[in-house]
Design a binder for this molecule. Sequence first.
Ligand SMILES: [Zn+2]
Length: 164
Amino acid sequence: MPTTANTHSLSDYKQISINSFNDYIRTSQPNHLAFSYSHRNKSYNYNVELLKTKCNYGGYRYWFACPKCSRRVGVLYCAGLYVCRHCIGANYQTQLMQPWQRPDIRIQAIRKRLGWRYSMYQPKPKGMHRATHKRLFMEYIEIEDSYISRIEMIDKLVKAKSNS
Ligand SMILES: [Zn+2]
């Protein structure tokens, strides 16, 4: 087994290999796979585009297009979204992490004030004004929305690329 600098850290992630879909891909020839799963109490539903290259001995070999960077890869790793090893390396500390793991300073500050640690929502902390709670909550939603729309934008870019 080849070893790379990433081997140890990558093995910590749940992974999906294109090989496990070979039979399905060969019979159905889809241009994407629908991913649907939950990870850390959050559910994910999105499509991962498939790419194909011609084999020397005939036929095609299929690949995932990484949902984040659209690189052609054979294995995706679960970081919330399933992404390639390059994205795991580059973004492990940032966008792809779950909200409570992300070092986004503002979002962490809000979570702390609202008393949210590992779960998305907790009742209003005792002693906090309703208006303050609402304001913080709305600000949180806004930050989360912009995060989600970034992910959706990437999805669209990947789709546009694979259709061209
Ligand atoms: Zn990637």
